[in-house]
Design a protein around this ligand. Structure first.
Ligand code: GCV
Length: 657
């Protein structure tokens, strides 16, 4: 199947230089990628093939790449200076030159000829996690099937190189290719069966500075090793892992390490043997350490067998409760991967309290650009504004450098094993991401992980120009759509921090009580008087997991940020918000507004007919039209439910079924 070029859609530019000379002394796989990309890009942009030469001084456009370990930019940082037809790209390593190359191309494509840029990546690890299964399906995948696996085989096709190019162009340096739920033959990815295609895949990634990671199954000693236990302290189990891990690192080039989902949602882990997460993670880390390998251990651990009548057990508490007692016990090459919020990628959640709690443990921020709970790439929901809020959140873990961005970039504790990871949103659909506008989340995540200070609106603008060209109307309309999309989605789905009103299992579409009486710990506790979960010390005590002043701020209804009021408090429908509206009126109003916003996004897109490439226009038009209708369904289902629950009429007398 053919596929779109997304933001690497190099278009012909005006003012083409007559000849282009490039000086690049470096050799090796990354340097080769730089050469290939230059040929591709300059041919498409200027119709000129660059000449590679030792000196560039006589050319109309001369580009010099300079690898200088003493430049102070590190292996991944770069400086690009362009003036009067001469461009100089400097870095301490080839990966930095590659990132500098893409940054230079972006500037040229946006019509700039004289510019200076200097960037050192904020986060050491900038990673994408695929939840791809070996049969080709993708857990929570909304853009077709896997391009890594099909029918229990690996598919290392030309698309992988384009994928590697695409993600390298936004600074991604690590990818885990298989689902954290490691089922069936996926456990054998660490064995011989998939070795040869994994080596080929790893070599392609290496050309673009991307490390390969695999998710492993903690019960592998039993599942594929023929042992009768997977106890991490058992000698035979240790020998199994020592041998397997050594074999993987010694044979797969550029291998980064393993991602582990243990004792979570039915996945095996150390608990079965009375061992701790630290016992499990450290055992694996010990065998990965000689190779510079990393164990990424997920903190998404909670009781998924809860009785809804139990109001003391709180899923929001569980990540913190499970891990805080082990602070300082994890090996140096273990990173705890923590979701942005304590529940599960809802449209609005507070920031996970573990970030402010752990002081002696490597941490990584996990977000989800696969829009599992935010419209599944059938709704547009640009998530960078949400991630911006998360990164800026002050944890008060110390007097300074206490934001999430500080912690995961290593500024707070001076560590290098940290960073950001996104559960990714790609598949084999022709446009990679199902919804053409969902590619903004992939692009945006990479840019934000590389530079955590960026403004979401500026990222959106860059993405629009690089994908759709420089037309001002196109820029203006798509920017408005993207920037209004997350607030709109929140308005027509989730009031004031209440999540989970979705259809069970699929997580798509409204079902207000879908998860209310289920075992997953996901309750909004709406009754005829009010709604919300009391997570104060008088309730589940979740607020106490935050450092002060956050703990008190959240515990008090007067100071709790209103967008999270019902996450932290059970409130009567008649409670009056700062807007002067009651909670019930707020629910009605936001749901009507959200549906109107969705209709407006469709109208804004429709103004672009003829200005956007026809196939992309049609694909997105269809999805935005669906979204506008689906938003009405959300509006009506939620409003009707709360009207029937509360018996309060809408002040504006609108239709509530
Ligand atoms: C990969 C949520 C999703 C699951 C996912 C899990 C996780 O529960 O619904 O599909 O499993 O998160 O993050 O491990």
């Amino acid at each position: 199947m053919s596929y779109t070029k997304t933001w690497l859609n190099y278009q012909k530019l005006a003012n083409c230089p007559a000849e282009i000379a490039v000086s690049l002394a470096e050799q090796g796989p990354v340097a080769e990628s730089i050469r290939r990309e230059l040929e591709l890009a300059f041919d498409a942009m200027y119709g000129v093939k660059p000449v590679f030469a030792d000196t560039v001084k006589d050319a109309a456009l001369g580009v010099t790449f300079c690898c200088d370990a003493a430049c102070g930019l590190g292996e991944e940082g770069f400086r690009v200076e362009a003036a009067s037809g001469s461009i100089r790209v400097v870095s301490g390593g080839q990966r930095g030159l590659l990132y500098g190359l893409f940054a230079m191309l972006e500037q040229l494509r946006m019509g700039k000829t004289d510019f200076a840029l200097e960037k050192i990546p904020s986060n050491p690890l900038r990673m994408l996690d695929h939840w791809d299964n070996l049969d080709g399906s993708i857990e929570r995948g909304y853009s077709g099937k896997s391009f890594f696996f099909r029918d229990n085989e690996m598919t290392v096709t030309g698309r992988i190189r384009d994928y590697a190019r695409m993600i390298a162009s936004i600074g991604i340096n690590a990818v885990c290719i298989n689902n954290v739920n490691v089922r069936g033959v996926a456990a054998e990815l660490i064995a011989q069966r998939y070795r040869e295609p994994l080596i080929r895949l790893a070599r392609i990634f290496e050309e673009y500075g991307v490390k390969l990671f695999l998710s492993l199954n903690f019960a592998s000693p039993k599942r594929i090793g023929g042992l009768d236990t997977s106890d991490p302290c058992d000698g035979k189990v240790r020998a199994f892992w020592r041998e397997r891990i050594a074999d993987v690192f010694e044979n797969i080039p550029n291998f980064g390490g393993f991602v582990v989902k243990a004792d979570s949602e039915g996945e095996p882990g150390p608990f079965a043997y009375g061992r701790t997460h630290a016992d499990g993670a450290n055992m694996l880390a010990e065998f990965a350490r000689p190779y510079g390998g990393i164990i990424i251990w997920r903190c998404f651990v909670y009781n998924c067998q809860q009785d809804w009548r139990d109001t003391r057990t709180d899923r929001a508490r569980s990540g913190y409760d499970n891990f805080i007692g082990h602070d300082g016990e994890f090996a140096e090459n273990v990173i705890l991967q923590i979701k942005n919020g304590p529940m599960d990628f809802q449209v609005r959640e507070p920031v996970h309290p573990l970030f402010g709690g752990l002081k002696k443990t490597n941490m990584m921020l996990e977000v989800q650009i696969a829009q599992e709970y935010t419209g599944q790439q059938r709704h547009v929901c640009y998530l960078m504004p949400m991630f911006r809020e998360v990164l800026d959140f002050k944890t008060y873990c110390g007097a300074e450098n206490d934001t999430i961005a500080d912690i995961v970039s290593g500024r707070t504790y001076g560590n290098r094993s940290c960073g950001m990871v996104a559960v990714t949103n790609t598949g084999d659909d022709e446009n990679w991401t199902g919804h053409d506008l969902a590619a903004a989340n992939l692009y945006g995540f990479g840019r934000l992980a590389f530079d955590t200070s960026l403004d979401p609106e500026e990222i959106a603008e860059d993405w629009i120009r690089l994908t759709f060209g420089l037309n001002e109307k196109v820029l203006g309309n798509i920017r408005r759509i993207l920037m209004m999309s997350w607030p709109a989605y929140e308005k027509y789905t989730s009031p004031l921090g209440i999540g989970w009103m979705v259809t069970p299992h699929t997580h798509f579409g409204p079902d207000v009580e879908g998860y209310e009486y289920d075992r997953w710990g996901t309750y909004h506790r709406a009754d005829h008087m009010g709604i919300g979960v009391d997570r104060t010390p008088a309730g589940t005590g979740y607020t106490t997991q935050y450092n002060e002043p956050n703990a008190s701020l959240y515990a008090n209804t007067e100071t709790c940020p209103e967008e999270l009021l019902l996450f932290f408090h059970h409130m009567p429908y008649a409670y009056v918000l700062s807007s002067g509206k009651t909670i019930i009126q707020h629910i009605y109003d936001t749901h009507f507004e959200g549906a109107e916003d969705a209709a407006q996004m469709l109208a804004l897109w429709r103004e672009l007919e003829g200005l956007v490439e026809p196939a992309a226009y049609a694909r997105a038009e269809e999805r935005l039209a669906f979204q506008a209708e689906h938003a009405k369904e959300w509006r009506d289902r939620i409003n009707t439910y709360f009207h029937r629950m509360s018996w309060v009429e809408d002040e504006k007398g609108r239709k509530i079924y």
